[in-house]
Design a protein around this ligand. Structure first.
Ligand code: CDP
Ligand code: CDP
Length: 224
C-alpha cells in the first residue's frame, strides 16, 4: 500500500498502555507533530458533562464535537477560554469519552479535525483507530499494550500525581469495562491495524518502548 507523502506513525492501544507518553516522546525525538486523538473525545465528553447534554442525544453530541472550541498550545489543552489539561484526565471524563466514542456521528464529526494534524515534517498520532480508520496509509503502525494490572498501576500513579483520588479496585473494574466497550463497539473498534507492530510493554519502561518504535521507524524508512 502506498504511504502518505508526509510520514505518519500511528500508535493505538488500550487505556493506560502508555500510548500518549510514547507517542509524545517519539514525536519530540523526530521533530514531528503530535495528535492525542483521545483528548478530542475527552474534550467532547467534558463539554457534554458541563452542558448537561444527555449521553444518548447523538445529534447534540455530534454538534458539540463539530464545533469544539479547542486549542492545543504546546502541552496545554484549552476548551474555549479555559485550560482543561488536567480536567480532561479525570476518570469520569475518560469513561464518558468511551461511551460517546461509540456513536458514529461523533466519530465522523471529529475525523476531519484529526486529518488536519497531518503536516510536514510528519505526525505521530495515538488513539484507538489511528492505524485502522483515520490514517490507514500510515508509514508505521504500532499496537501498544500491557497487562490490565500494569495499566491499572500506571493509571493509579498518574491520577494520584495529578491530585485525583483513586482506588485500585475501581480502576481495574473501569479499565476492564472500558477495554470491553472500546473493543466490542460496532464502529472503529480497538484492534491492531493490518501490518501493525505489536508491543507489550508490561515489563518495559516508557523509554524502552520509545526506543523500539524509533528502531522500527528507522527500518521502515530505510526500505522506502
Ligand atoms: O488515555 P486513555 O487511553 O485512557 O484514553 P484516551 O486515549 O484519552 O481516550 C479516551 C476514550 O476516547 C477512549 O476510551 C476511547 O473510547 C475513545 N477514543 C476513541 O474511541 N478513538 C480514539 N482514536 C481515541 C480515543
Ligand atoms: O495514553 P495512555 O492512556 O495509553 O497512557 P499514558 O497516559 O501515556 O501512560 C500511562 C502512564 O504509564 C504514564 O505515567 C507513563 O509514564 C507510564 N508508563 C508508560 O507509559 N510506559 C511504560 N512502558 C511504563 C510506564
Amino acid at each position: 500500500m502506498q504511504t502518505y507523502t508526509i510520514p505518519v506513525i500511528t500508535i493505538d492501544g488500550p487505556t493506560a498502555s502508555g500510548k500518549g507518553t510514547v507517542a509524545h516522546r517519539v514525536a519530540l525525538h523526530l521533530g514531528f507533530h503530535y495528535l492525542d486523538s483521545g483528548a478530542l473525545y475527552r474534550l467532547t465528553a467534558l463539554s457534554a458533562l458541563r452542558h448537561n447534554v444527555a449521553l444518548n442525544d447523538e445529534h447534540a453530541l455530534a454538534k458539540l464535537a463539530e464545533k469544539l472550541p479547542c486549542k492545543f498550545l504546546g502541552d496545554e489543552i484549552w476548551l474555549a477560554n479555559e485550560n482543561v489539561s488536567n480536567a480532561i484526565r479525570a476518570e469520569e471524563v475518560g469513561n464518558t469519552a468511551s461511551k460517546i466514542a461509540a456513536l458514529p456521528t461523533v466519530r465522523h464529526a471529529l475525523a476531519s479535525l484529526q486529518h488536519g494534524f497531518r503536516a510536514a515534517p510528519g505526525l505521530v498520532a495515538d488513539g484507538r483507530d489511528m492505524g485502522t480508520v483515520i490514517f490507514p496509509r500510515a508509514t508505521l503502525k504500532v499496537f501498544l499494550t500491557a497487562s490490565v494490572e500494569a495499566r491499572a498501576q500506571r493509571r493509579y500513579k498518574q491520577l494520584i500525581e495529578k491530585g485525583f483520588s483513586a482506588s485500585m479496585e475501581n480502576l481495574l473494574k473501569d479499565l476492564r469495562e472500558r477495554d470491553a466497550r472500546d473493543s466490542n463497539r460496532a464502529v472503529a473498534p480497538l484492534k491492531p491495524a493490518e501490518g501493525a507492530h505489536f508491543l507489550d510493554t508490561s515489563d518495559m519502561t516508557a523509554d524502552q518502548a520509545v526506543e523500539q518504535v524509533l528502531q522500527w521507524y528507522a527500518a521502515v524508512k530505510k526500505q522506502m
